[in-house]
Design a protein around this ligand. Structure first.
Ligand code: NAD
Length: 476
C-alpha cells in the first residue's frame, strides 16, 4: 500500500500531524502500537492514555476532595460524611480518557486518516514494516514519513519497578487505594503533580530530589516561592538526595539515600520513580534505513524537523526541545504544512511550560537567571495575588506574576506565574510574546475586573513602578 504520508505514532504530535496532512488533501496513514488494558488498540499516546489527561483528571478530583475537607469551613460550609471512593475516582478518569481517545479515532475516520494498529519499523526508501498485534507483518510506503514515537519513563538501577509497589508515572495513575507512606524519586514535573494528587487524597508524601536546586528550569524566585508553599502543604521535599538502593520486603520499600549529612534510610508503602523520560527510538528504524540518532537516542533533526533521511521528518518528545504535548502538536502541524508546500515556522521562544500543582506554576520565555547569564539588560515587574480582589474572593492569594522585559525596547522577554489558574493566565503572555509585544502593551490593555488576569497587567504596570494595588512590590 502506498501513501502520501505515513505518520508513526498517534500521540499529540503524531495524531495532529496526521489530521493536518489529511486536511491538506494528503493520503495519510497513522500507525500506533498502544493498547488499552483490554488489549484494544487506542490512539492518543502517553498524553491521553497515561500522562496529561489522566493526571489532570486525578488532580481535579483530589483538589475537589481537599477543598471539601480543608476549605469548606472557611466558606461557612460544614460537610458531614465526605468519603473517598478511589475506584470510582479512577473510573471517572478512565471514562474521560476513553471519550477522548474515541474522539481521536472518530476524527481520523471523518478526515480520512487510515489508522493502523501495530508497531512500525522504518526501512530504507520510506518503507515502513508494521507488525500487527497478532504478529502479522505488512510493509507500506509513502512519499513522506513523519516519526512521532514519543517518550517513555527513565528507569534507574537503584529502584527497579516492582508490581504496584515501585512504579513509574503510568503505575501511579492507576492505584486503587491511597498509599499510607509514599516516596517519590525526582521532584520534577511528574513527581510534584503525582505527589500532589496522592497527598491530597491522604498519603504522607516524601520527595527525594538529586539536585540541590529546586525546579532548576524555572525562574528561581518562583521556584523558591513554590518550595516554601509545597513544604507548607506537607510535601516533604529533600534536595541533594541521591537514592542508592531500594529493597521490597513484606509489601513495603526500604530506600537508602545519601545527602550532604550522610546516609539515610526511609520506609515507604509505595514508591514512584519520576526521574525524567527518554525518547522511544529503540527498534524504530532498521540498521539499513540509516536513521541518525543524537546522544540519548533522540532522532537528529534540523530546525525544520527534517531527519538525516530525505522525506523523513521527526517531531515531538523524540527530538530536541522540551517534552511537551503542545510543542509536539505544533511541530506536527508545521511538518504537515511543509509537506504540502507551505512555509511555516515554529516559534520555540514562545512555548509555555506548566506544572499543574496547587498553586499552578507556568512560564514562557527567559528566566531572570538566563537573562543575567546572557548579559541582557532587563527590567522586571511583579504583582502578588494577595493584592488581587478576585484571588482573595477565591481564597487563592498565594503566588505572584513576574514579568521581565528588555530594558531598551521594553519587549516582553519572559513571564513567570505561580498562582491559581496560572496554566490559563500564561496564554496571555504567550500571545504578547508571539506578537512581539511590550510590557507597555499589556499595561495599556483594559482587563475585566475582578479577574486573576489583572495581576498580569499590574505586573506590567510595575515595570515602571505604576502598579495600583500594591504600596511597593517585592522583587526578590
Ligand atoms: P523532570 O526532568 O521534570 O524531573 C525529573 C527530576 O528527577 C529532576 O529534577 C532530576 O534532577 C531528578 N532526578 C533524576 N535522577 C534522579 C535520581 N537518581 N534521584 C533523585 N532525583 C533524580 O522529569 P519528569 O518529572 O519525570 O517528567 C518527564 C518529562 O515529561 C518532562 O520533560 C516533563 O516536561 C514532561 N511532563 C510535562 C508535564 C506538564 O507539562 N505539566 C507533566 C508531566 C510530564
Amino acid at each position: 500500500m502506498s501513501y502520501d504520508v505515513i505518520v508513526v505514532g498517534a500521540g499529540p504530535a503524531g495524531y495532529v500531524a496526521a489530521l493536518r496532512c489529511a486536511q491538506l488533501g494528503l493520503k495519510t496513514a497513522c500507525i500506533d502500537a498502544w493498547q488499552d488494558r483490554n488489549g484494544s488498540p487506542v490512539p492518543g499516546g502517553t498524553c491521553l492514555n497515561a500522562g496529561c489527561i489522566p493526571s489532570k483528571a486525578l488532580l481535579e478530583s483530589s483538589e475537589f476532595y481537599e477543598k471539601i475537607h480543608r476549605n469548606g469551613k472557611l466558606h461557612g460550609i460544614s460537610v458531614i460524611d465526605a468519603a473517598l471512593d478511589v475506584p470510582a475516582l479512577m473510573d471517572r478518569k478512565e471514562a474521560i480518557v476513553r471519550d477522548l481517545t474515541t474522539g481521536i479515532a472518530t476524527l481520523f475516520e471523518v478526515n480520512g486518516v487510515e489508522w493502523v494498529a501495530g508497531r512500525a519499523r522504518l526501512q530504507p526508501d520510506r518503507q515502513v514494516a508494521v507488525t500487527a498485534h497478532d504478529g502479522k507483518v505488512t510493509v507500506i510506503e509513502a512519499a513522506h514519513v513523519i516519526l512521532a514515537p514519543g517518550s517513555t519513563p527513565v528507569a534507574i538501577d537503584a529502584a527497579p519497578l516492582q508490581g504496584d509497589i515501585i512504579v513509574d508515572s503510568t503505575g501511579a495513575l492507576a492505584w486503587d487505594s491511597v498509599p499510607g507512606r509514599l516516596g517519590i524519586i525526582g521532584a520534577g514535573v511528574i513527581g510534584l503533580e503525582l505527589g500532589s494528587v496522592w497527598r491530597r487524597l491522604g498519603a504522607e508524601v516524601t520527595l527525594l530530589e538529586a539536585q540541590q536546586v529546586f525546579l532548576a528550569m524555572a525562574d528561581q524566585q518562583i521556584a523558591r516561592t513554590a518550595l516554601n508553599l509545597f513544604r507548607q502543604q506537607d510535601l516533604d521535599i529533600h534536595l541533594g538526595a541521591l537514592v542508592k538502593s531500594t529493597r521490597v520486603t513484606d509489601g513495603s520499600v526500604t530506600l537508602e539515600y545519601q545527602d550532604a549529612d550522610g546516609a539515610h534510610s526511609l520506609e515507604f508503602d509505595r514508591l514512584i520513580v519520576a526521574v525524567g523520560r527518554r525518547p522511544c527510538t529503540d527498534g524504530l528504524a532498521s540498521e539499513e534505513a540509516g536513521l541518525l540518532l543524537d546522544e540519548g537516542g533522540f532522532i537528529h533533526v534540523d530546525a525544520d524537523c527534517s531527519t538525516s533521511l530525505p522525506g523523513v521528518y521527526a517531531i515531538g518528545d523524540a527530538v530536541r526541545g522540551p517534552m511537551l504535548a503542545h510543542k509536539g502538536s505544533e511541530e506536527g502541524m508545521a511538518v504537515a504544512e511543509r509537506i504540502a508546500g507551505q512555509t511555516v515556522e515554529v516559534n520555540y521562544d514562545a512555548i509555555a511550560s506548566v506544572i499543574y500543582t496547587q498553586p499552578e506554576i507556568a512560564w514562557v520565555g527567559k528566566t531572570e537567571e538566563a537573562l543575567r547569564a546572557s548579559g541582557t539588560e532587563f527590567t522586571s515587574g511583579l504583582f502578588p495575588f494577595a493584592a488581587s480582589g478576585r484571588a482573595r474572593a477565591m481564597q487563592a492569594t498565594e503566588g505572584m506574576v513576574k514579568l521581565l522585559s528588555d530594558a531598551a525596547s521594553d519587549r516582553v522577554l519572559g513571564v513567570h506565574i505561580i498562582g491559581a489558574h496560572a496554566s490559563e493566565l500564561i496564554a496571555q503572555a504567550v500571545i504578547t510574546m508571539e506578537f512581539g509585544g511590550s510590557s507597555e502593551d499589556i499595561a495599556r490593555t483594559v482587563f475585566a475586573h475582578p479577574t486573576l488576569s489583572e495581576a498580569l497587567r499590574e505586573a506590567a504596570l510595575d515595570v515602571d513602578g505604576r502598579a495600583i494595588h500594591v504600596a511597593k512590590t517585592r522583587r526578590s
